[in-house]
Design a binder for this molecule. Structure first.
Ligand code: ADP
Ligand code: ASP
Ligand code: MG
Length: 408
């Protein structure tokens, strides 16, 4: 007998029929003798609908109140799924995050899970029931409802799997696994049977929304066996593997991209010690995360140009702050661009292969795609390009690195 945690995303529970199909699948696992905990998202489109309602009242609603609102989406799904299971003769009980003590910090809208009290879940499983838990939500020490950020149900599932020491955490979604890149952008993308944990972590952090980054971090920390698979069909999906040598011997495993980027530049800053700190300090104080940073020597050598990228949602506040700092520093000008994207090549094989970067730049150049910024790490190379080149850039690189064919 195994203990399995299954998570079903929004599309997978998007209608009554879909919820019935999920119930059938869950029942199959239980009837074969496994203990099953199910984590669900809100029905597709529901979280967006709730955010829109809130924005009709306030442009920036109080994060605490937004969490009270957003958590209702998942609460609907747990109740409906438990009913669907009961209708099929499968005993089940639904729980909100608070009811199973998913304790988080108090960072509303992006809370982190600290602890889970799995006793109640265990008791139900022992009694032969399927346990249905609301994803994406928790409760803080004051008893206030919190949510975990978009895509957060993945993290709920992995955290519950870790707390229960489950045999596997299965993430059921609308694609049948992790692909070489988003199949919606490159139809020739190929499903991977396995991907290393390290690569999955990079893919998620560089924008592949198939798994929320924190769920991958959690899986790594607690060694949770994690699999991504389709709720619409059968198949083994993609296993996130902790063994480096267990996977295809490819130099590059995938291409991630992010549309949520914006870049800011301050031109003609006096080139003195402490300038980077003076520019980025106020940005950090405003809780804005900075991704790439580039500093150039300006034309006259006594000044410098400084560029960095932020999440597109933070563009307007970051620009305001930067303009103030630029005045204080006596900089010449501040510019910004919120129509850029980031495309990244990811692969553990990059470590031992030179020339990946030059091949990447050459293929983009051949298509006339101008690279605005570059950053690298051991297993990834990222470039910033204009938004209009996203699809072309991804497809060009997919082709150039032969990702549509399995590694020889
Ligand atoms: P869910 O609602 O089930 O959580 P998501 O929309 O969050 O589903 O994630 C699944 C989507 O992730 C897919 O429909 C696909 O478009 C997108 N995606 C992005 N990158 C990848 C990738 N490398 N492999 C598979 N899917 C990807
Ligand atoms: N419903 C939430 C969202 O749409 C959480 C999730 O689906 O993972 O982001
Ligand atoms: Mg998701």
């Amino acid at each position: 007998m195994a203990l399995i945690v299954q998570k079903y995303g929004g599309t997978s529970v998007g209608s009554i029929e879909r919820i019935q199909a999920v119930a059938e699948r869950v029942k199959r696992w239980r009837d074969q003798g496994d203990q099953v905990v199910v984590v669900v998202s809100a029905m597709s489109g529901e979280t967006d609908r709730l955010i829109k309602l809130a924005k009709q009242l306030q442009e920036r609603p109080e994060p605490r109140e937004l969490d009270v609102l957003l958590s209702t989406g998942e609460q609907v799904t747990i109740a409906l799924l438990s009913m669907a299971l009961a209708a099929q003769g499968c005993p089940a009980r639904s729980y909100t995050g608070a009811q199973v003590h998913i304790l988080t910090d108090s960072a509303h809208n992006k809370a982190r899970i600290r602890d889970i009290d799995a006793a109640r879940v265990r008791a139900d499983l022992e009694a032969g029931r399927v346990v249905v838990v609301a994803g994406f939500q928790g409760i803080d020490e004051q008893g206030d409802i919190t949510t975990l950020g978009r895509g957060g149900s993945d993290t709920s599932a992995v955290a519950i799997a870790a707390a229960l020491k489950a045999n596997e955490c299965q993430i059921y979604t609308d694609v049948d696994g992790v692909y070489t890149t988003d199949p919606r952008v490159e139809p020739k993308a190929r499903k991977l049977d396995r991907i290393t944990f390290e690569e999955m972590l990079e893919m998620a952090s560089l924008g592949s929304k198939v798994l929320q980054i924190r769920s991958v971090e959690f899986a790594g920390k607690y060694r949770v066996p994690l699999r991504v698979l389709s709720s619409f069909g059968e198949g083994e999906g993609t296993l996130i593997s902790f063994e480096d040598n267990d996977v295809e011997d490819a130099k590059i495993s995938g291409i991630a991209f992010s549309r949520d980027e914006a870049k800011l530049t301050v031109l003609g800053v006096p080139d003195q010690p402490g300038v980077a700190h003076r520019i980025l300090g106020p940005i950090a104080e405003a809780n804005i995360e900075v991704d790439m940073i580039v500093q150039n020597v300006g034309a006259d050598e006594s000044t410098t140009d400084f560029t960095f990228t932020v999440h597109r949602n933070d563009y307007a506040p970051a620009l305001d702050i930067l303009k103030r700092t630029a005045d204080e520093l006596g900089a010449r000008q501040v510019t910004g661009d919120a129509s850029i994207v980031k495309i990244s090549l990811v692969g553990v094989g990059m470590r031992s292969h030179a020339g990946i970067a030059s091949r990447m730049f050459a293929s983009l150049a051949k298509e006339g795609i101008n690279i605005r910024m570059i950053s690298t790490s051991e297993i990834k190379i990222s470039v910033v390009v204009d938004e209009k080149y996203l699809e072309l850039g991804v497809r060009t690189l997919h082709e150039a690195f032969g990702l549509d064919r399995p590694a020889a």
